[in-house]
Design a protein around this ligand. Structure first.
Ligand code: ATP
Ligand code: MG
Length: 286
């Protein structure tokens, strides 16, 4: 029988859309409608399990799934024996301590002798003991941000991205304790056949991620500026230079990192480039 791998992804929530989008961009076709819990791909040896994110580290550790996509917050909190294969760059958030806005805050000692509500007792417990703070941890599974207003706790430790949920609940963020993003994890004991499939998947993920972090740039330049322009956009090996129909001009094609984009464009203009086009790259294999 043909070997296939199983991947655990979040059924619905803040991880699921980007997880599934990434796999689609890797050219993997699958059906995820109708509330199904399990679904095979039609063109890659992989089967999807749609689960709650809390359960993903455990399913991967137990080998029910071979790999999974989960937030580092859940991964560290669940503390299961799995391998982290790759950071995926989405679902970025942080775990923070927050207290009512009206309270004065002078430092971590604030929490000595206080009650803190959280869904992350392990991460919070480690953080408190590393910092020698004695506080009572109240584990609750959701709606942590209302704990102070109902008198359950004086502070909370919860996921923050923009901070708007905290604000709506009259809280302020006072300490960031953990940064998280989505990661690809795997079981620790996989057969060589399964590992080979995972290598293929990782190769595709890298090509998609590298493509996203670069742009293809095309421009026209007078031949006397070519040396300067080539130095600004060296590209993967070297830029492509093609003569334009107009005498003394060339078209230059290259690749630039997305995060240097605006500065490089300024410098290209300064060096005499005209008609600059910037195009997204779907996949890139270096
Ligand atoms: P489930 O029903 O699967 O248990 P959940 O309610 O526990 O879902 P979500 O709110 O969907 O979890 O969040 C899933 C993960 O997405 C979190 O564990 C975290 O890693 C990340 N995350 C949470 N909130 C945000 C946010 N505001 N921005 C970015 N990423 C976030
Ligand atoms: Mg969850």
């Amino acid at each position: 029988m043909e070997t296939i791998i199983r991947i655990a992804v979040q059924k619905s929530g803040r991880l699921s859309e980007d997880s599934l989008a990434l796999l689609k961009e890797c050219g993997i076709k699958f059906y995820n409608g109708g509330g199904k819990l399990k679904s095979p791909s039609t063109n890659f040896p992989i089967e999807f399990l749609f689960l709650r994110d809390d359960d993903i580290p455990g399913y991967v550790a137990d080998g029910v799934a071979d790999i999974g996509i989960v937030g580092e917050n859940e991964l560290v909190e669940k503390n299961k024996e799995v391998k982290t294969l790759h950071k995926l760059g989405f679902s970025k958030c942080r775990l923070s301590l927050a207290i009512p806005k009206s309270q004065a805050y002078a430092g971590l000692e604030y929490f000595n002798g206080k009650n803190i509500a959280t869904s992350y007792p392990r991460i919070l417990g480690n953080y408190l003991s590393e910092n020698n703070i004695q506080a009572e941890i109240h584990e609750i599974s959701g709606s942590v941000e209302i704990a102070p207003s109902i008198g359950l706790a004086e502070g909370i430790c919860d996921i923050v991205s923009s901070g708007s949920t905290l604000m709506m609940n009259g809280l302020k963020e006072v300490e960031k304790i953990f940064n998280s993003e989505a990661v690809l994890i795997s079981n620790k004991d996989l057969t060589a056949e399964k590992q080979a499939i995972i290598e293929k998947l990782l190769f595709r993920i890298n090509a998609v991620q590298t493509g996203k972090s670069n742009r293809y740039v095309l421009l026209n330049a007078p031949n006397e500026s070519l040396e300067k322009i080539t130095a600004l956009i060296p590209g993967m090996k070297s830029p492509t230079i093609l003569p334009l129909a107009e005498e003394g001009w060339s078209s230059v094609h290259s690749v630039i990192p997305e995060d240097q984009f605006w500065e490089v464009i300024e410098e290209l203009k300064g060096a005499g480039a005209q008609g600059i086009l910037v195009v997204p790259i779907e996949k890139m294999v270096i």
